[in-house]
Design a binder for this molecule. Structure first.
Ligand SMILES: Cc1cc2nc3c(=O)[nH]c(=O)nc-3n(C[C@H](O)[C@H](O)[C@H](O)COP(=O)(O)OP(=O)(O)OC[C@H]3O[C@@H](n4cnc5c(N)ncnc54)[C@H](O)[C@@H]3O)c2cc1C
Length: 384
């Protein structure tokens, strides 16, 4: 059997490894000319943990991961307004919790790819052809004119999936914006990395959120979330610099290190009525992006690949396997999407009184019992 996978991100690479484990040959078509180095820090927990273990990549992920001691909130004057002991989150997740950069997850998955997986970088899918008869293979045309025939085409090409556009239609009705846009970049700033140490810095101001993580002794990872949607700013660097300066001295410290074209996107979920279209399957963010407000998108991207392979292994008939995977996997991701939508209202303080409420909660979180409860709410909300 042969699978063609559009997208060599977390979902694409995990699905490739899972299918290769069943003896499939896999061709991954990735638009980026080389592995992407940019990204943001991800909290890794949830169903991806066990899936990563089964794919044999958990140890490689943990080696690259880190556990931060606390999230420290600072106001626009640079003063500390509260601390959330992140160490309290790990026990709630049964110790199965760490932070890792998105490109580090991809690197670990890439290193573990079995020989049956071929990755074609710098290529994209331009046409998909399926005959009407059930079980007919799918013909995938790439932008270099090559036609690759597969028993299955997996669209793992992210929130703005090109294959989804070709097979299902435009994204306007398939994406649910949550009222924010986001940007992220990694930059070198040894002094700031040393000052942050093992604490994550989160700004505590009205109308936005900036997060800064020390990646190692040299680099910091920065994300910005602010209210808004499409169209995205024409000059993302300018928009990010302006937002950072609004968040006080800690955020302003990285304003002169914003790259020319920081990654930016709208914060949205993919809500697609059907993931299986003949022999085309939507996977990862292309099928069910949960958004950064829910967390777990990366975890679900890995676990979804394993779920697919489990259903393929369990059924003689591929079409039944795809339907059963969709049925079972929706039951896992839809509650996470709901929790993300619930979080949207409270993610960014809109008024000064919202800051006050958060600070009161953070103040109480100094008590171990309260911080454990808060951890349960944060991780529990993301898992139920
Ligand atoms: C700021 C931020 C913070 C986040 N925090 C967390 C977190 O704490 N925990 C968590 O679990 N998740 C988090 N997420 C979500 C997580 O990053 C995603 O859910 C996850 O990366 C989805 O993986 P994916 O492989 O489905 O999609 P992507 O990571 O988007 O990968 C898609 C791949 O397809 C490629 N591609 C795109 N278009 C084409 C095309 N036309 N042809 C070929 N290839 C194409 C891309 O180059 C890319 O390699 C966060 C997301 C953001 C934005």
């Amino acid at each position: 059997m042969h699978a063609v996978i559009s997208g060599g991100g977390i979902a694409g690479l995990a699905t490739a490894t899972a299918l290769a484990g069943l003896g499939w040959r896999v061709t991954v078509v990735e638009v980026a000319p080389a592995p992407r180095r940019g990204g943001y820090m991800i909290d890794f927990f949830g169903p991806g943990w066990e899936a990563a273990e089964r794919l044999g990549v958990l140890a490689a992920l943990r080696r690259r991961g880190r556990v931060y001691a606390a999230a420290r909130y600072v106001d626009a004057g640079g003063r500390t307004t509260g601390r959330l002991p992140l160490a309290a989150l790990a026990p709630v997740a049964g110790g199965r919790y760490f932070s890792i950069l998105r490109p580090e997850i991809e690197e670990a998955l890439r290193e573990a790819l079995p020989p049956a997986v071929e990755v074609r970088h710098g290529r994209t899918v331009v046409a998909v052809e399926q005959r009407a008869d059930p079980g007919a293979p799918v013909a995938v045309t790439l932008d270099d004119g090559a036609v690759v025939t597969g028993d299955l085409l997996v669209a793992a090409d992210g929130l703005h999936s090109g294959v989804r556009r070709l097979v299902v239609g435009g994204e306007a009705s398939l994406l649910r914006p949550l009222g924010f846009r986001t940007a992220a970049f990694i930059c070198t700033h040894p002094d700031l990395a040393a000052r942050l140490g093992d604490e994550v810095l989160l700004t505590d101001v009205v109308g936005g959120q900036v997060g800064i993580f020390a990646v190692d002794r040299e680099r910091v990872s920065v994300f910005v979330v602010c209210p808004g949607g499409t169209p995205l700013p024409d000059d993302p660097r300018r928009a990010v610099v302006d937002e950072l300066r609004r968040h006080g001295p800690w955020a302003a410290a990285v304003a002169d290190r914003v790259p020319d074209a920081p990654w930016q996107d709208v914060v949205a979920q993919a809500v697609v009525p059907r993931w299986v279209h003949g022999r085309v399957l939507l996977a990862g963010d292309a099928a069910h992006a949960v958004s950064l407000l829910a967390g777990q998108g990366a975890s679900l991207a890995i676990a979804g690949g394993v779920s697919l392979a489990d259903h393929v292994a369990a059924h003689d008939d591929l079409d039944t396997a795809l339907d059963e995977h969709e049925r079972a996997w929706r039951a896992v991701v839809e509650p996470v999407q709901r929790s993300g939508r619930r979080a949207a209202g409270a993610f960014v303080p809109r008024h000064r009184r919202d800051l006050w409420v958060r600070r009161t909660v953070l103040h109480a979180a100094r008590l171990p019992a309260v911080s454990r409860g808060l951890g349960s709410r944060l991780i529990g909300a993301a898992t139920h």
